[in-house]
Design a protein around this ligand. Structure first.
Ligand code: ADP
Length: 341
């Protein structure tokens, strides 16, 4: 039986804007690789690995996905077992606090099935060490009792595939990282790919969305499918309440303006970050901890969910002395860059 993942919403402030309830996320999640949009090079490499493993009659090698939230790591972890014709158990690194938390998953594995561990960088060292032998030798050594009565049981596991996902590949220890045979970084989606995702999902949900409206939604979705889905659902609600259910580009624009999603796709938290950096820290350089402290959010949230897009959009730069706002950030927020000299 597949185990339900323990998902955490990263920040209640942005939960409404950025995270869909699990059921909705699942209902829009592609069921097969052929339904996935973009990431073509990743898909091609995975298909080769899947085909080869199937020809050899072996489980697929362990796979690590990394990249910002909402780009498809969980989606890959659910479509790969489907392609392989096997089952998946889902766990979250934050929920695996002690080696015993790992045991039910490992002992439930069936031949060539998949264990998915989301946020694998959050697995503590003691649990990680169990993963080493599990991944390499399909074996775990359980220590029962303690002191003179302690004894070790060697437990054989059925050969399986571990799929790990992380937003922080750099936080993974080298021994764990090296045990993944396939490592894939998921990159941002192009405007056209996001338009396609919006149009396909509008179709699935039976929302009449035309190309110009899809373009408005895609444009404001920060190159991220999860945000595109979320924006689409909000535009649907807005259109049903204010425009007889008709989605036009101006309805989509008004709907997104209303929840503070601007033309670059930034939300309130992104603009709060820029405002803090530009106003309180005079444009920087400022350390991430200082910015996080001032905004009263965790630095992890800023590093995972806010900064990647601001960096990519050239609104901030990271220097050795800290983060700095760029000319483009001043132009975007309509304020004047302070003169330093
Ligand atoms: P992550 O695990 O990286 O945070 P998910 O895999 O949960 O992201 O993706 C979030 C949502 O975005 C999914 O439910 C799915 O609807 C959509 N999505 C992600 N990647 C794709 C893709 N390549 N094609 C279509 N939809 C996608």
């Amino acid at each position: 039986m597949a185990r339900e993942a323990v998902y955490q919403q990263s920040d209640p402030e942005t939960a409404q804007a950025d995270n869909l309830p699990r059921e909705q996320d699942n209902s829009l999640r592609p069921r097969a690789m052929a339904e996935m949009v973009g990431q073509q090079d990743v898909i091609e490499r995975l298909q080769i690995a899947i085909e080869a493993a199937q020809k050899r009659g072996e489980p697929l090698g362990h796979i690590l996905f990394d990249g910002p939230p909402g780009l498809g790591k969980t989606t890959f972890a659910t479509v790969i077992p489907t392609e392989m014709g096997t089952t998946v158990q889902m766990a979250n690194g934050a929920g695996l606090k002690a080696p015993k938390d790992l045991l039910p998953y490992l002992t439930n594995l069936s031949e060539a099935s998949v264990l998915f561990i989301d946020e694998i960088h959050r697995v503590p060292k003691a649990v990680e060490e169990y993963l080493y032998t599990a991944m390499e030798d399909f074996r775990i050594d359980i220590i029962l009792g303690d002191g003179v009565n302690a004894r070790t049981l060697n437990y054989e596991l059925r050969p399986f595939t571990l799929i790990g996902a992380t937003t922080r590949a750099g936080m993974l220890s080298a021994p764990l990282r090296d045990r993944f045979q396939i490592r894939e970084h998921l990159g941002w989606y192009s405007h056209n790919e996001l338009c396609e995702i919006v149009l396909r999902n509008a179709n699935k949900l039976d929302i009449p969305v035309d190309q110009p409206s899809a373009a408005v939604i895609a444009h404001r979705s920060r190159s991220t499918p999860r945000l595109a889905n979320n924006r689409l659902l909000w535009v649907r609600d807005y259109a049903q309440s204010k425009a007889d259910g008709k989605v036009t580009d101006s309805v989509a624009t008004a709907a997104l303006d209303m929840i503070g999603i601007d033309p670059l796709g930034l939300d309130k938290q992104d603009r709060g970050y820029l405002d803090t950096l530009m106003r309180i820290f005079a444009g920087g350089p400022a350390g991430i901890e200082a910015i996080a402290h001032t905004m009263n959010v965790s630095s992890d949230t800023l590093e995972d969910e806010v900064e990647p897009f601001l960096l990519r959009s050239e609104l901030i730069v990271r220097t050795r002395r800290g983060r700095m706002a760029t000319e483009k950030a001043y132009q975007h927020l309509g304020s004047v860059q302070p003169k330093l000299f």
